[in-house]
Design a protein around this ligand. Structure first.
Ligand SMILES: CC(C)(COP(=O)(O)OP(=O)(O)OC[C@H]1O[C@@H](n2cnc3c(N)ncnc32)[C@H](O)[C@@H]1OP(=O)(O)O)[C@@H](O)C(=O)NCCC(=O)NCCS
Length: 145
């Protein structure tokens, strides 16, 4: 059974392993540790004791920003991402946010479908936002909650 809980410091290395597997421009391990230390909100999804996904977000006043989400490959398309996103939306509401913002690669069709399922709308396009080996534009999306 899938279970959502707050991310613990001991989850960071495992979350970083997932990030390297699923993100073409992954956060570094230091990014994970500093995000945790500066108090970003983060949740994990576990199947029994195995960490299979994470979501990281920040909230400033009434605006939330989804900073990162990743589900281990073997567990994609099995509802874990949905569970994490629904938990994020609930937490954002409780913490007083009114809107959630995110950026997604324009070529990441799967993630675009995923966010649209939750009624995120496309607000803007940032051309050449992602550089390096996998250049891409970013689509800025938001959801009123
Ligand atoms: C995008 C991601 C977070 C979604 O999580 P997931 O656990 O795989 O998604 P779920 O099983 O909860 O699927 C939810 C919805 O996503 C959409 N979806 C999932 N896979 C899809 C696919 N291959 N094609 C189209 N839509 C898809 C569907 O709308 C699906 O809802 P449905 O099952 O009712 O049809 C996950 O696949 C992932 O980690 N991808 C790699 C990292 C990434 O792209 N992160 C986002 C960066 S912005």
């Amino acid at each position: 059974m899938l279970k959502i809980s707050l991310m613990d410091q001991s989850d960071l290395d495992e979350a970083y392993k997932i990030e390297k597997q699923v993100n073409p421009t992954p956060w570094s391990k230091e990014n994970f540790y500093s995000s945790f230390e500066i108090g970003h909100h983060s949740l994990v999804c576990k199947a029994d004791s195995q960490l299979i996904g994470f979501i990281i977000f920040s909230i400033i006043k009434r605006e939330a920003h989804l900073l990162n989400i990743g589900i281990i490959k073997d567990w994609q398309n099995k509802g874990a991402g949905s569970l994490l996103l629904e938990s994020l939306i609930k937490q954002c509401k409780v913490l007083g946010a009114k809107k959630i913002f995110l950026e997604v690669r324009s070529k990441n069709q799967k993630a675009l479908f995923f966010y649209k399922k939750y009624k995120f709308i496309e607000d803007a396009l940032r051309v050449d936002y992602y550089s390096g080996d996998n250049p891409d534009d970013a689509i800025l999306m938001s959801l009123e909650i």
